[in-house]
Write a protein that binds this ligand. Structure first.
Ligand SMILES: *[C@@H]1O[C@H](CO)[C@@H](O)[C@H](O)[C@H]1NC(C)=O
Length: 203
């Protein structure tokens, strides 16, 4: 009886410790996040505007400012997009085992966020860190975050985050559970001054 009680107490302690580890804020990079700010022009040759929201909402706000908005018409967009296309897939600095739940049916569910990020001619801003994130996209349970460990805010070309999603996906994508009937994805990639996280979200 005494042994049983000891074992039971030990198991309970392990369970509590396990739960504590899962919930410990220092292991969850997403304890401090808010909406994203976008900085970029609505018109070719125009001044920067600052808008708040996720990639889809920002694209729609740009269309309200300029119903003819088409990123391809901006020389900077064409240059940055060409640059991004040459960027090599990152094999390093990727963590797949980040806190949080993986996105189910990730290829399908993340596609919308990816598409809107690629349509933005401008910069996605993350607030001053360390460990501060901006949710740049949330579509169909697929969350994408731009995170900042610097003590100052950072502006990162939005297309970079779509590129990061591609890198995380190529490295961390899993073909599904034991029954293999859906694909899942979560992960984090570290870049020069920022990091990007893809994880399940209720949007
Ligand atoms: C717009 O903002 C970006 C990002 O902060 C900056 O690099 C760029 O110089 C700004 N452009 C203008 C026209 O102010």
């Amino acid at each position: 009886m005494k042994t049983f009680a000891t074992v039971a107490a030990f198991c309970l302690a392990r369970l509590v410790a396990g739960a504590a580890i899962e919930a410990a804020p220092e292991n969850d990079p997403l304890t401090n996040w808010g909406p994203m700010e976008f900085v970029g022009p609505a018109f070719v040759g125009g001044a920067n505007v600052t808008l708040k929201g996720d990639a889809k909402s920002i694209y729609e706000q740009l269309l309200v400012l300029n119903p003819e908005y088409n990123p391809q018409e901006f020389p900077e967009y064409r240059a940055k997009t060409a640059e991004l296309e040459k960027r090599e897939l990152s094999k390093r600095n990727i963590i797949c085992d980040v806190a949080g739940t993986a996105v189910p049916y990730a290829n399908a569910n993340c596609a919308e966020g990816d598409r809107y990020l690629r349509r933005l001619n401008g910069y996605c801003r993350a607030p001053a860190g360390p460990r501060a994130c901006a949710r740049v996209s949330c579509s169909n349970q697929c969350g994408m975050f731009l995170c900042n460990d610097n003590s100052y805010p950072i502006d990162v070309w939005c297309g970079n985050i779509a590129g990061d999603y591609k890198d995380i996906s190529s490295r961390c994508w899993e073909s599904g559970n034991d029954w293999g009937w859906y694909d899942t994805l979560k992960g984090q990639v570290f870049r020069s001054i920022w990091n990007t996280i893809v994880v399940h979200q209720y949007c």
